[in-house]
Design a protein around this ligand. Structure first.
Ligand code: GUN
Length: 289
């Protein structure tokens, strides 16, 4: 590749394309079947990053013509109270999808919350049912950030089949589900984590490199294989207030064939895929009733 520069993957634009498509399909769903997709978001406590995410989800709903509902609960809300609200939303015919913004306060068990959500309304794709469907190669709701990464790869017509893919980070939200999605598309997948020996050596093999470790600047230019597709999932708020990815962008640009920036890469895709899952949930809605 020499000194040629990578194509910068424009997540903001692709996310807008996806949202435009969703808005059109939402209009059709209303006109043809009288269904208005409804998304509810529950926020417990006042985590500042979570508040920003929740506002973004609400605004996105407005933009595509969804009904949106927001529950802001105090930090001392009990697990039982939260489970009650989840039960109500499971039965609510106006709401086709909902989520509890994570993290929840420590006295609430995250697993108990996720497992209480009706899998058909679990538009985050976190419920064991949806995880299991992905595991067995027949996905229903897919986790939004990894699904957004797949969408970016597909819309840039980046070949996945047979490629050496390396994911750095093994979270339930990104690393693990993305490994399954890439495997399903016939990549050879390696997942690295904090105990990986010779991380640089493994990362240097990657034709598709996904950095999802949450460690600013941990992927340096010398770790990027010539011509690699570099996907940066890191959203790290630096002390200066600036957002930084897990990848040293300026250096990786010189080695990569494609690269996602932070911000404006993977981030905007997450909400777009959340809307897509909600639209799908709404469009199967009355077939199931
Ligand atoms: N916190 C950070 N990312 C997410 C997400 O995708 N869904 C939920 N529910 N909480 C999050």
């Amino acid at each position: 590749m020499g000194e040629s520069m990578a194509v910068i993957i424009d997540g903001k634009k692709i996310s807008q394309d996806v949202r435009n498509e969703i808005r059109e399909e939402t209009l059709r769903l209303k006109d043809d079947r009288g269904i208005v997709p409804g998304l509810a978001v529950i926020l417990v406590g006042d985590d500042s990053a979570s508040q920003i995410y929740v506002r973004g989800k609400k605004n996105a709903c407005g933009e595509v013509g969804f009904l949106s509902r927001e529950y802001r609960l105090p930090a001392d809300t009990s697990e039982a109270e939260l489970l009650d609200i989840i039960g109500e939303l499971n039965r609510d015919h106006e709401i086709h999808g909902f989520l509890v913004q994570l993290p929840v306060p420590e006295h609430i068990r995250t697993e108990a919350i996720i497992e209480a959500i009706d899998p058909g309304k679990d538009v985050d794709g976190f419920h064991p049912y949806n995880v299991g469907r992905l595991f067995s190669g027949n996905p229903y709701h897919r986790a939004c950030t990894p699904a957004g990464i797949m969408e970016l790869l597909d819309r840039y017509e980046i070949e996945i089949k047979g490629k050496e893919a390396v994911i750095v980070g093994r979270s339930n939200i990104v690393g693990k589900p993305l490994a399954l999605m890439l495997l399903e598309r016939h990549a050879t997948v390696t997942v690295c984590h904090t105990r990986t020996k010779d991380l640089s050596g493994v990362v240097r093999r990657a034709e598709i490199l996904v950095a999802a470790a949450g460690s600013p600047g941990m992927i340096t230019g010398n770790m990027v294989r010539d011509g690699a597709v570099v996907i940066d999932v890191g959203i790290n708020r630096l002390d200066t207030g600036k957002l930084a990815g897990d990848v040293v962008f300026a250096d990786a640009c010189k080695k990569a064939s494609y690269i996602t920036p932070v911000p404006g890469g993977v981030g905007p895709m997450t909400i777009a895929m959340l809307l897509k899952n909600t639209l799908n949930a709404a469009s199967v809605d009355d077939k199931q009733q």
